[in-house]
Design a protein around this ligand. Structure first.
Ligand code: HEM
Length: 449
């Protein structure tokens, strides 16, 4: 048996600091360069942290699925516990499993048709405020739309009046967790600098909104059958229910995780369509043939396969969760190297999705690459926008349906064009936001036969 080596190859470290790609203005370019140079697994030290970067589907499969018991959520997620609390995204072990089982029924297939109706209705409501020749930043529009949807379908509340407050608070939190700040120790939050005070105020704003949702439901005592009702009805073996703090953590997690990523994905989709009129034209043709101007519903989606491919291809080029990471909890051998306890393991859909070993002409936006044959040929985890294994995104089917449905509803009414000169740049924070928003001009599309 070959001896287990200590360290994979990687970039030369600088004195004391090692390598700090997240502090660079373009970390995605650095990771891509290193991945191409050093191969399937590479190592670097970021200040005091050991980082192992995995760049092959089989290694990613090992971490997320077959050896997942050796790993816990990474430092960035651990650092976000002070404001996200112990919701489904951040918790571990038996507490996580219990919450996962409790929440799962809210994502069952039977519920999706009702969710689809809310999605399409809210999209139509937004479109009623859009005019031909409007100039709009499309990203906040997508944020508002997806936030209203997730609050309505999972908690039966209308948050239209709160979307700006939530979005403003989230902007602050995202800025605080982008670039190098992602890895700063949480102790820094106690330093009373203006940036930190803003972050605390943002968390307070979110708490107020979420606590109001809990208070109102407790007061009404109603069982609406939604996720909030399921969480409230849950009982431990000793008969005790979830505390307000536990409910707050879950609701906040679903409110944030359930809208930001889908909005990001749609913003990038509008951008890609505006740059590829040939794709857009095919999409319009499909919408015209199948819908003829009618608002789509869930049942229509199987007859809109091209729209589905557009969504899939957009998530390939711009995966909203651009990187996933774990911390090693039990020493493990991987690809012939020994990964020590406490080491960080990073896996990036951005890098894998643009790897020429798996995708021909990977930089090209080509929805037609998604044939049944591609799906068969592609190794599992060459494409993984929703992660995988036990911590697979619980909202994956929900999100795919939502993106598909909103794309169809909006594209058949409006054509969106990037404003000339508007800078387009991906900001790798917890999600992959468009750094400068997405300023676009709208024109009414004609998709009726
Ligand atoms: C395009 C949209 C979305 C993308 C790309 C996405 C991506 C992801 C990824 C990659 C993970 C796994 C993270 C990891 O393993 O470290 C995750 C987890 C999660 N997502 Fe999503 N997500 C999306 C939409 C949604 C929606 C719509 C919801 C809820 C309605 C949601 C709720 C969650 C939750 C609660 C978790 C934690 C699950 C657990 O650990 O058990 N996501 N998401």
């Amino acid at each position: 048996m070959p001896a287990v080596l200590r360290r994979p190859p990687g970039p030369a470290p600088r004195f004391l600091i090692g390598n700090l790609p997240l502090f660079n203005s373009d970390p995605l370019a650095i990771y891509t360069r290193w991945a191409r140079e050093f191969g399937d697994i590479f190592y670097y030290r970021a200040a005091w942290m050991d980082v192992y970067f995995l760049n092959h589907p089989s290694l990613i499969e090992a971490v997320l699925v077959s050896q997942s018991q050796h790993f816990a959520k990474d430092k960035v997620i651990q650092n976000s516990r002070w404001f996200l609390g112990e919701g489904l995204l951040t918790s571990e072990g038996s507490g996580w499993l219990r919450q996962r089982r409790l929440s799962q029924p809210a994502f069952h297939r039977e519920r999706m048709a009702a969710y689809g109706r809310t999605m399409a209705a809210y999209a139509e409501e937004m479109l009623a405020t859009w005019q031909d020749a409007d100039l709009r930043d499309i990203h906040p529009e997508m944020i508002q739309l997806t936030m209203r949807i997730v609050a309505k379908v999972l908690f039966s509340v209308e948050v239209k009046a709160d979307t700006e407050r939530v979005a403003g608070a989230l902007n602050i939190l995202m800025r605080h967790t982008s670039g190098g700040r992602m890895i700063l120790p949480p102790v820094l939050r106690h330093v009373p600098v203006p940036a930190m005070m803003r972050v605390k105020r943002a968390v307070h704003e979110l708490d107020e909104i979420v606590n109001r949702i809990i208070r109102q439901r407790r007061a009404s005592g109603e069982d609406t059958g939604d996720l909030l009702s399921m969480l409230m009805a849950a009982r431990d073996e000793d008969g005790s229910g979830m505390t307000d703090r536990q409910l707050r953590d879950e609701i906040l997690t679903f409110l944030l995780a359930g809208h930001e990523t889908t909005a990001v994905s749609l913003s990038w989709t509008w951008y890609l369509l505006s740059q590829h009129p040939d794709v857009e034209q095919k999409l319009h043709q499909e919408l015209r043939q199948v819908l003829d101007g009618r608002t789509p519903q869930l049942e229509d989606l199987p007859r809109l396969p091209y729209a589905d491919k557009v969504v899939k291809e957009s998530m390939r080029l711009y995966p909203p969760a651009w990187s996933l990471a774990r911390t090693v909890t039990k020493e493990i051998d991987l690809a012939g190297y020994c990964l020590p306890v406490g080491a960080n393991v990073v896996m990036s859909p951005w890098i894998l999705h643009r790897d020429p070993r798996f995708f021909e002409q990977p930089e090209q936006f080509n929805p037609e690459r998604w044939t049944a044959e591609t799906a068969q040929r592609l190794p599992r985890f060459a494409y993984f926008p929703f992660g995988g294994g036990p911590r697979l995104c619980i909202g994956a089917s929900f999100a795919i349906m939502e993106a598909h449905l909103l794309l169809a509803t909006i594209a058949q009414r409006f054509q969106l064009r990037l404003l000339p000169g508007h800078p387009v740049d991906a900001l790798p924070s917890i999600t992959l936001r468009p750094r400068h928003g997405m300023r676009m001009s709208l024109s009414k599309s004609v998709t009726k036969n």
